[in-house]
Design a protein around this ligand. Sequence first.
Ligand code: SF4
Length: 485
Amino acid sequence: MCVTLLRRHTFYYGVVGKELAMLKIGDSVQLSASDLVGHLNCRHLTDLDLAVASGMIEKPEIWDPLLEILRERGAKHEQGYIDHLRSAGYTVTVIDGVRVDKTAISETIDAMRAGPAVIVQGAFEAEGWSGRTDILKRVDIPSDLGEWSYEVVDTKLARETKGGTVLQLCLYADLVASVQGLIPEFCYVIVPWSDYKPQAFRINDYAAYYRHVKWSLSQVISSNNDGESYPDPKVHCDVCRWRQHCDAKRRHDDHLCLVAGITKIHINELKARGISTTKDLSTIPLPLPWKPDRGGVHSYTRIREQARIQIEGRKEVSSTGRITGAGLRFLSVEHEGNQTSSPEEADKVRDLVKDILNSDPSWIDRDGVEKAVTLEDILIIAPYNAQVFELQERLPGARIGTVDKFQGQEAPIVIYSMTTSSQADAPRGMEFLYSPNRLNVATSRAKCICILVGSSSVFETECRTHRHMQLANAFCRYLEMATTI
Ligand code: SF4
């Protein structure tokens, strides 16, 4: 794993390695190993990254404490291997920097020509692809460089090498070949607890498949058919940075994949019959008026009933504004030095309430009856009386109070103002700031939507004990599940 890159580049979920962002320069797109592996995991991911490279959307930032730990372990593992090589007497040349720029590329070429035993962080660019290799190891096989050439070694944390890792190494082998005029025969992975004994992979055993994935990615890039793919759920979604974005899209579309227990076969069959939403599915007559081409009738009856139960249990807000549907939302408000009151958050909450009430809002109760959302239907919670006063000044007549005031009460929309700017500003310490009880009360008061309003720095907490981690965990989980508005 690359130490320097990890410091500079956002850690990529699911690929315990480095990420060079897809770049669009004029009409051409610069791709990296992350794009190749991402494409293998999900075609829609490529479309989203391409939209980011084209400046059409922003890449979501995701912070995950577990990945931070993995990052540190990965960096340590790589450094351990480099130290091991040094102590075994190998000469090591390190290419500085984290980018693939002209300086790093020319330093890499110079180093390969000079021929040290080990080159760390080689930078390469060829035919629209770029990358920085963890480690290049010199072997006595002649190439354009002279009586030697280089093979690629990567350090990984996973005990079992993933397909994506081998794809990445195939790409690096190609990039190395662009300089030395020879594709290395082998590439290697160093995993932990192996005494740094490399796992060898013969490039030719994977090369045709690698070329196929590369070709498939280039087809998507050149086809320019923005938005054609759909974020159908995949295994990779659990660890993908786009998961909130894609989940919001599926919910917005009321996609059939939201029905518990439904399969791809069901979805395809239902779509072919013009049934494309959970709501559509919940209303098809029983017994089924048609015989499915694939799958048993009973399984369609089961998912139809499941859809009906889910729709009946669904209580949601409809409006012409941004507050629609059901679930958790997060509104970020930047402020500093606030302890028990935050005028910035109070202003935002006031604007938010006005937005909601001006967007022709309604909500559907558990009996399926649609009702208008009024000020009475919005419950606003703050942790401190000082913040309650700030909010009351701006929203006279609204239901505003601390958690204690609203025990046992519910409302279609709940807004929770975190108030304090950061952990350092918390007057009553972490236990109070991250009280899971208060968060639980706030979310459980909401019949349809809970909106957490807070400064992003309040979540950048330093946990020194497992209790602190436990406290922060509930809020991190909230953020994972919430849609940012
Ligand atoms: S969240 Fe899932 S569907 Fe969306 S881009 Fe990631 S892997 Fe693809």
